[in-house]
Design a protein. Sequence first.
Length: 73
Amino acid sequence: MTALIGAVLGIGVGLFLAGLATTALSDEGVRFAVPVGSLVAFTVVAAVAGVLAAMGPARRASRLDVLRALQYE
């Protein structure tokens, strides 16, 4: 979930800043274009990376005895 939130926020901020930059440079012939395929691919890669990164800690946590882990805290 954290990876997807980062991907969505990054895409949103990037599109906003790109819109500002292209508005400022529109008299120079720069136009705004959204690469939808690349953005979808980036989101899928971020989701897969998030799942892969979470597998190790989740596997280790599943092996812990709950009562012993709570007693430690």
